[in-house]
Design a protein around this ligand. Sequence first.
Ligand SMILES: Cc1cc2nc3c(=O)[nH]c(=O)nc-3n(C[C@H](O)[C@H](O)[C@H](O)COP(=O)(O)OP(=O)(O)OC[C@H]3O[C@@H](n4cnc5c(N)ncnc54)[C@H](O)[C@@H]3O)c2cc1C
Length: 295
Amino acid sequence: MPTSIIEKTRSSFLQQDVNLSKYTTWNIGGPASYFCEPGTIAELKRGLNYADEMGLEWRVIGNGSNLLVADSGFDGLIVRVGPKFADHSVNGDVLDVKSGAPLYKLADVANDYRCSCFNFVTGIPGTIGGGVTMNAGAFGYEVSDFLTKVTYLSENGEVKEMDVLDDFFEYRNSPFLYSGEIVLRAEFRLDRSSHQPSMSEILSTRRSKMPYSLPSAGSIFKNPSKADKTAGEMLDIVGAKGMRVGDAVVSHQHANFILNDGHATAANVQNLIDILQERVYKEFGVTLVTEVEVI
Ligand SMILES: Cc1cc2nc3c(=O)[nH]c(=O)nc-3n(C[C@H](O)[C@H](O)[C@H](O)COP(=O)(O)OP(=O)(O)OC[C@H]3O[C@@H](n4cnc5c(N)ncnc54)[C@H](O)[C@@H]3O)c2cc1C
């Protein structure tokens, strides 16, 4: 690409040295050398082309609610697929949502159609793209339960569609995690046979069990598949609650949450994660795997 086009792309669209702490729910993280927030597929491709031409590494993020960004930041391009990429439409029993929309939009829109099948996402602060990629879930349901089709940008820049089959998605895992593909849109089925508690009931249940008053990234560790206890239960038993490194502290309410109690750094959090993993391994012989992703 001629230098003039590179310069034009940069000046009109890309920001430089953007502090990522304001784009993570933990409020932690150093700067990204380049950052863009596309509103269209063309803009998204423009950002990726720029990264390609400049030999930059790139990563896509949504609402940053499952991310631990290093204090040194990210030397490359961060593409944030968020509120600028967030329309939705309903056609019969099909809800089609762009990947930057917040997850709660599913529940909001479905409720307008007297359908409670997405109420379980209430209180999960991610985007559709992050929710599909992480296969977010709560109260026994997962995003993939009602997902029928995903439109994505393939690694070589083509817009493709995937019909969702049951065995494509697992607990907090999907074909899109670490794949280099970007979720653009998702189609969901409005399932009126699923009767879930109301959004406000779900929110108050969550608030009674999980800390919402300080910044966090939700559950730190996945629940181990072969153990008879959850990660939170094991952490509770090894005395994790209240443990602290710097301003990173394990919640007294839920042992699987690390909170930012002021000015926690990514190093503080990582240190605490290491200590917790070691304690659980010593007591239970189980290696806890992080649900939170590190950039
Ligand atoms: C208070 C709190 C409570 C939470 N409760 C829950 C819960 O009950 N259940 C649960 O499952 N999670 C929970 N989470 C974690 C988090 O909200 C979910 O994992 C959510 O789905 C992450 O979405 P995000 O948009 O923030 O993704 P990010 O954190 O920005 O990114 C997460 C991953 O998704 C990828 N990604 C994001 N957008 C796209 C895209 N468009 N295309 C391709 N890849 C993409 C990123 O590259 C990264 O790998 C909680 C978090 C908090 C802070």
